[in-house]
Design a protein around this ligand. Structure first.
Ligand SMILES: NC(=O)C1=CN([C@@H]2O[C@H](COP(=O)(O)OP(=O)(O)OC[C@H]3O[C@@H](n4cnc5c(N)ncnc54)[C@H](OP(=O)(O)O)[C@@H]3O)[C@@H](O)[C@H]2O)C=CC1
Ligand SMILES: CC(C)CCC[C@@H](C)[C@H]1CC[C@H]2[C@@H]3C(=O)C=C4C[C@@H](O)CC[C@]4(C)[C@H]3CC[C@]12C
Length: 271
């Protein structure tokens, strides 16, 4: 006998079986885990990232896990032509890749946010624009992976937050436009808290933030579910994202103070 949770998972698995899905930034971290979940569900998968060897490894694994088909396109998202990614048709576009950024003081190097906007925002816009005709035909979904740092200001993620807040603007407005146009394409914005990807950048943060990071495998599954269920937003982990968002709207100064207080600011390099 299955629990309600198990039943829902079965429904989601059936929904994604045979569906055509693109996952960007799938050579590592949360994106890699999404590819594995989709493979187990029997989807047609296309993954992207810059590092070809890693994409090859992830593809092999996906094939073994039962993907209906698996392809990859390697290259940097700043100058990738969105057309090069497109299959014969598309049911779900999962935008997940991010350029690397450091957790620390922003010293005014304008080239960093400029490049990050290109990778984290403009390529999301370009991919969405070129996928929309196919998504309209399939009544598909766009899923954009963002962060709590894309909803709440943080002293040590200035360039990163610039890009993630921008995604909220683009996708919230696009959702409205699609409704007005009567296009049946869903838009899901994933607001993630601190996730354990095992990356060096994430480990560097662990000295400053005492919270325990959430597992990337579960996170990846929740992202896929939220897209399949056509949810407006995903909050993961639910409590650690939803509470700050309620506080943000009602007592923003209190939330700002709380955000500063959960961090050991002395441990952040000043130079
Ligand atoms: N980890 C965390 O705590 C949190 C993560 N998030 C969000 O989750 C998503 C995934 O993050 P996470 O798994 O941690 O990140 P990772 O750094 O593990 O993965 C990033 C992926 O993007 C690819 N990538 C990086 N730069 C480029 C580029 N210029 N062009 C194309 N692909 C690129 C990388 O592959 P390659 O280097 O081979 O190109 C990699 O596959 C991101 O949107 C992030 O903002 C949100 C909140 C918290
Ligand atoms: C409202 C408060 C109670 C909680 C604040 C939560 C803060 C501390 C959480 C929420 C989102 C998190 C960051 C994130 O999204 C992605 C990355 C990129 C990765 O390469 C390195 C780690 C980094 C910077 C995370 C650092 C910790 C952040 C700011």
């Amino acid at each position: 006998v299955l629990s309600n949770h198990g039943k829902l998972l079965c429904v989601i698995m059936k929904m994604l079986k045979g569906k055509r899905v693109i996952v960007t930034g799938a050579s590592s971290g949360i994106g890699e885990q999404m590819a594995y979940h989709l493979a187990r569900m029997g989807s047609h998968i296309l993954i992207t990232a810059r590092t070809e060897v890693k994409l090859q490894k992830v593809s092999t694994q996906c094939r073994e896990l039962g993907a209906a088909s698996i392809h990859y396109v390697s290259g940097s998202m700043e100058n990738m032509s969105p057309q090069s990614c497109l299959l014969g048709g598309l049911d779900m576009l999962i935008l997940n890749h991010v350029g690397s950024t450091h957790f620390g003081y922003f010293k005014g190097d304008i080239e960093h946010p400029r490049k990050l906007l290109e990778i984290n925002v403009l390529s999301y816009v370009a991919m969405t624009v070129s996928a929309l005709p196919m998504l309209k035909e399939s009544r598909g979904s766009v899923v954009a992976v963002s962060s709590l740092a894309g909803k709440v200001g943080n002293p040590f993620t200035v360039p990163y937050s610039t890009t993630k807040f921008a995604l909220d603007g683009f996708f919230s407005s696009l959702r409205q436009m699609l409704i007005v146009e009567n296009a049946n394409v869903s838009i899901t914005l994933c607001v993630l808290g601190y996730i354990n990807t095992g990356k060096a950048a994430m480990k560097a943060v662990s000295h400053v933030i005492c919270n325990k990071p959430a597992p990337k495998e579960e996170c990846a599954l929740e992202i896929i579910k939220s897209g399949a269920l056509r949810q407006r937003e995903l909050h993961y982990p639910y409590i650690s994202v939803t509470i700050p968002l309620i506080l943000r709207d009602w007592v923003p100064d209190f939330l700002d103070a709380l955000t500063r207080n959960i961090m050991d600011i002395e441990k952040v390099e000043r130079t």
